[in-house]
Structure formats: C-alpha cells, structure tokens
Design a protein around this ligand. Structure first.
Ligand SMILES: NC(=O)c1ccc[n+]([C@@H]2O[C@H](COP(=O)([O-])OP(=O)(O)OC[C@H]3O[C@@H](n4cnc5c(N)ncnc54)[C@H](OP(=O)(O)O)[C@@H]3O)[C@@H](O)[C@H]2O)c1
Length: 284
C-alpha cells in the first residue's frame, strides 16, 4: 500500500494517473477529505499543519510519496513526517524535492528540500529523491497563459534566460516507478526536459499551437516584487520566488539531466508535446 500526499496538486495528479496505469494500490492523504473522496480516492485525513494526522495516515503503508506544499515550515514538518513514517512501519519514502536541493548555499526553497532529504537519509528508511526542475505546467497554472482567452501575456523577470522545463506527467511517472519497483533505493534523480527554452520561446510555442496571441514580457525585478507585495504574499515567499526567477534569468536552470529516461526508459516529453496536449484537452 502506498500513501500519496499532495494528490490533488500538479505532481500528485500525475503520480496517481501513473499509479493507476500500473494498477498499484494506493490511498490518498488529504486535508480536504470530502473533496478527495469526491474525486473517487480512498482517502484518509492528512494535514501538514496538524502533525497528529501523519502517523494514522501512514499506518498500513509500506511506501509513501512525500510531496510538501511550498511553505516556510517544510523542514519541521518533514522531520515530523519522517519520524511518523518510522513509527508507522513505512519501508520506503519517495520525496518530491527540487533540482539543486543540495547546492551550498543554494536558495531558500531548495535548501528546505535539501534539509529534509538529509533527515530522510539519516532515518534508516529506504528512500528515493526526485529533483525536478521548473514544471512546464507553471505557464498555465501560475504564469498567466490563459487558453480560454484570445490573448494573454506572461509577465516575469526571466530576461532571456532558458530553463530545461520538465513535464509534470514525466515526474509523476518517475514517482510511480520509484514507488512500485525496486532498484531506486538510495538514489536521487535530477528530472528535466530534453532542451532548455526561454519564456519567449515557450510563449511562441503556445501562440503557434493555439493561433492566439500569447506573449512574454520581461519585467524588472522591482516590478515583480511589487506585484507580489500587492497580492499580500509573505516576505519569505516573495524572496523565495525572486531567487527562483533569478536562477532562470542568470542561466542556472538550463542544464539537461537524464533522470526521466533513466527511470522510465522513455525520453522526456517535449514542451511542444505538452503544449499540443494541453491545448487539445489531453493534459491539464
Ligand atoms: N512548480 C515548480 O516548477 C516546481 C519545480 C520543482 C519542485 N517543485 C516543488 O513541488 C512542490 C509542489 O508540488 P505541486 O506543484 O504538485 O503542488 P500544488 O499543485 O501546489 O499542490 C499542493 C498539494 O499539496 C496539498 N496541500 C497543501 N497544503 C496542505 C496541507 N496543509 N495538508 C495537506 N495537504 C496540503 C494540496 O491539497 P489541497 O487540495 O488540500 O489544496 C495539493 O494536493 C513544492 O514542494 C515545490 O517546491 C515545484
């Protein structure tokens, strides 16, 4: 039995689709229990903000997918989760982390993942760390590409920097393999797409596939900060996102890694494939 956290999110949905393809038994740990049950999941109560829910949710699972939402409490929650997993008799944790998680000094959002990776490694549990780069899905989920409108614009401080965007569906497939087969114990996989693209190149792909006007505007960093401040984002999150944007702008996110093909035996999906799929309702 596998416990999946974060099941309703971008990576969680892909992971579950891949687990279903493999007919693997799983249960979902969700804070919104009714919503998760409504989606047809075998769901148990699990709330990152309530550590008392961790162990009961983990009981009966031999594998668990640890997907932490973005938070400034990831390290304390991660530590409590690992301790609860040990008490509950879990054998193997697959941790959704991030590329560069162990870079020193790295960036805040990466360091948090890295700290939890270290806690898992010291715990004696079996583990596999998944370290994806930026998701292709961010453009539709967060960056402003709106496929329901005739025109949309992505305003980001990425300059002409390129990233080796990965399709969340590939990350989900890697997670499902690591959760259901042997040979991935003690491994860490960097997960990227097969090529690095700038935001202007990505929006051009969206424009071409949809026939709509989808543009990228490079904005000054101060303007990006101001926009997040107006949205009342907390300071740690604004600083964290600015560090992420800086990675792309300064060319630190363009490296291509072979984690997806190593684990799934398939080449990672291209951005053009993802754009085609999301435009035609085959991906979200
Ligand atoms: N976006 C990127 O480009 C990128 C790249 C690399 C790594 N990452 C990492 O990916 C992770 C985020 O993954 P994602 O984008 O798949 O997440 P997501 O789409 O934001 O979904 C978050 C998931 O966590 C659940 N959740 C939130 N708060 C919770 C709580 N208090 N208790 C229990 N469940 C809770 C949500 O459930 P509800 O339905 O209840 O809200 C949802 O299922 C982060 O750790 C981030 O650092 C992101």
């Amino acid at each position: 039995m596998i416990l999946v956290t974060g099941a309703s999110g971008t990576i969680g949905r892909s992971t579950i689709a891949a687990l279903r393809q493999r007919s693997a038994p799983f249960k979902v740990g969700a804070r919104a229990l009714a919503k998760a049950k409504g989606l047809g999941f075998d769901a148990v109560e699990f709330d990152w903000d309530n550590p008392g829910t961790y162990e009961p949710a983990l009981r009966g699972a031999d594998h668990a997918f640890l997907l932490p939402p973005i938070s400034d409490k990831q390290v304390e929650q991660g530590k409590a989760f690992v301790a609860a997993a040990k008490r509950a008799g879990v054998k193997h944790l697959v941790k959704l982390s991030v590329i560069g998680a162990r870079f020193e000094p790295g960036i805040f959002l990466g360091r948090q993942h890295g700290e939890v990776e270290k806690v898992i490694e010291a715990s004696g549990l079996g583990f596999t760390h998944l370290r994806p780069t930026f998701f292709m899905q961010n453009f539709v989920n967060y960056y402003g590409v709106d496929l329901s409108k005739a025109e949309s614009t992505v305003y980001l401080p990425h300059g002409t920097g390129k990233a080796s965007w990965v399709d969340a569906r590939d990350v989900g497939e890697v997670a499902a393999v690591a959760l259901t087969s042997t040979g991935h114990e003690g491994k860490a996989y960097d997960l990227t797409g097969g090529e690095a693209l700038s935001d202007a190149e990505v929006t051009a792909l969206f424009s071409k596939a949809t026939g709509k006007k989808i543009a990228y505007v490079d904005v000054p960093e101060a303007a990006a900060r101001e926009a997040m401040t107006k949205m009342q984002a907390p300071g740690w999150l604004i600083d964290g996102f600015m560090e992420l944007h800086g990675l792309i702008k300064n060319g630190y996110s363009s490296a291509v890694a072979d984690g997806v093909s190593k684990v799934t035996g398939k080449k990672p999906r291209t951005f053009a494939q993802y754009v085609d799929d999301v435009t035609n309702g085959r991906a979200s």
